[in-house]
Design a protein around this ligand. Structure first.
Ligand code: SF4
Length: 434
């Protein structure tokens, strides 16, 4: 008999078991799907397995009926068991969520992405596709001893620069890969700049209102650095890395373009010193006029984040204050008009992103606004609550599959880069990520 996928579950202590009595299900929009090992990956290195409190795993029985597993099948004491999900590293995009039923789970899951996982021939598998082979966030290249050495050198070199201790905390306490890269003089350097935002995303990782079930996963920067503080760090980074990039707009801040005067001045200072490197802003793209000024100063790239290109769903998730999706589209046009390179940071949620309607709308958007790249990033948010927030509970239909969507977007737009990380200059020039 051919080996089959086996369901995995966790006991109360977090010990994970495989259970051949059920085939694991995947979940999209609260509905259950059959998983196929051919469209799954061996769990990538640096993945983590999470126990989902108050949630029972769901699998298929031999009659192809979906059933939830409430009690430990290996223990007669009827002790409860919990669903298990895989949290995968950057570069991989989920195609299904872990399948579960909420038992006494009245609280929302914290801000992570919960991939469907299974056990097969002695290994864990996850329902995901690899979209970027870049090693930018690969922990094997982010040696902490060297990071600490970098922190010490930067503190000596720039003792008054407030960004240094901030980024040191990001690198050594919060585990931010971009901050680690900065101290290693490698690839993309992060510059957080804004303590405020003009949106209130349901899954904002840097600020959650009081009363939510979970905290933000990062603390927002509490000061606005000066243009001089920014410029001295960026020019130093540009000297150290051969093909460097610097990005305003990080997980530990609000919306960077609100501080456009400071960014503009910093870009001019940087460009007075060097013409090397890309200068990028990761943004909610709410302020096209501010963006135009940044391009005039020397900005080269912009990465626009969105969960959807359809106004109602954008607004329900982003809760924008004083702007709408029209400004987002206008910002892309501004960037293109200025010769900028535009990436869409497409916050993907299986069951929504792979619906026929969203897929068609996204393709129309790429075509109309001449987008250069799509970054297929997992939206870190409770996969059932998302559909409630978007008023789509029980309505998901015509799902194409995330893997097909990614392939079909590539086929429709052969010149479009498709990946995960902001591209380097050489990748933009060669129009390939390899
Ligand atoms: S745009 Fe960014 S900083 Fe602002 S609320 Fe959304 S996730 Fe948070």
């Amino acid at each position: 008999m051919n080996p089959k996928l086996e369901l995995v579950f966790s006991d109360e202590k977090g010990k994970i078991y495989n259970f051949p009595g059920l085939r694991p299900a995947g979940m999209k929009a609260g509905r259950f799907f059959e998983l196929d090992v051919k469209s799954m990956l061996k769990l990538p290195g640096s993945s983590e397995l999470f126990l989902l409190p108050g949630r029972c795993p769901v699998g298929w029985n031999d009659s192809d009926k979906s059933v939830s597993l409430a009690c430990d099948p290996y223990n007669s004491s009827q002790s409860p068991v919990f669903a298990v999900a895989a949290f995968i590293p950057p570069g991989y995009t989920l195609t299904h969520h872990a399948a579960y039923e909420e038992r006494e789970a009245k609280t929302q899951l914290p801000l992570f992405a919960y991939g469907a996982c299974a056990f097969y021939k002695g290994d864990f598998y996850v329902s995901a596709v690899q979209v970027d082979k870049g090693d930018r966030h690969d922990e094997r290249f982010l040696h902490m001893e060297e990071v600490y050495r970098g922190v010490a050198s930067y503190k000596k070199l720039f003792p008054k620069n407030r960004l240094v201790p901030h980024l040191a905390n990001c690198a050594t306490v919060n585990g931010c890969a971009n901050a680690k890269n900065f101290f290693l003089g490698r690839m993309e350097a992060p510059v957080p700049i804004s303590p405020v935002c003009n949106a209130q995303c349901q899954g904002c990782i840097s600020l959650q209102p009081d009363g939510r079930d979970f905290p933000a996963t990062q603390e927002r920067i509490r000061f606005v650095p000066t243009a001089e503080e920014i410029a001295e760090l960026v020019t130093c980074h540009f000297e150290r890395e051969e093909d460097p990039i610097v990005s305003f707009g990080q997980g530990c801040e609000g919306e960077p373009t609100i501080q456009n005067d400071v960014i503009e001045k910093a870009i001019r200072l940087i460009r007075r010193e060097t013409s090397k490197g890309l200068i990028n802003v990761n943004t909610n793209a709410s302020r096209p006029d501010a963006l135009a000024k940044l391009f005039d100063a020397g900005l080269t790239n912009v990465r626009v984040s969105t969960n959807s290109v359809r106004e109602p769903y954008y607004s329900l998730y982003y809760q924008p204050k004083g702007y709408s999706f029209k400004e987002v589209a206008a910002s892309v046009d501004v960037a293109k008009k200025h010769g900028g390179f535009v990436s869409m940071n497409y916050l993907s949620m299986p069951g929504f992103t792979d619906s026929q309607d969203e897929f068609e709308a996204f393709c129309d958007f790429i075509e109309a606004h001449q987008v250069d790249m799509v970054q297929w990033r997992n939206l870190n948010y409770d996969p059932i609550r998302y559909f409630r927030d978007l008023k789509l509970e029980g309505k998901a239909q015509n799902l194409l599959g995330m893997d097909r969507v990614i392939v079909q977007v590539k086929e429709r737009f052969p010149g479009l880069l498709s990946g995960y990380f902001n591209p380097k200059k050489s990748q933009m020039k060669n129009k390939t990520l390899t």
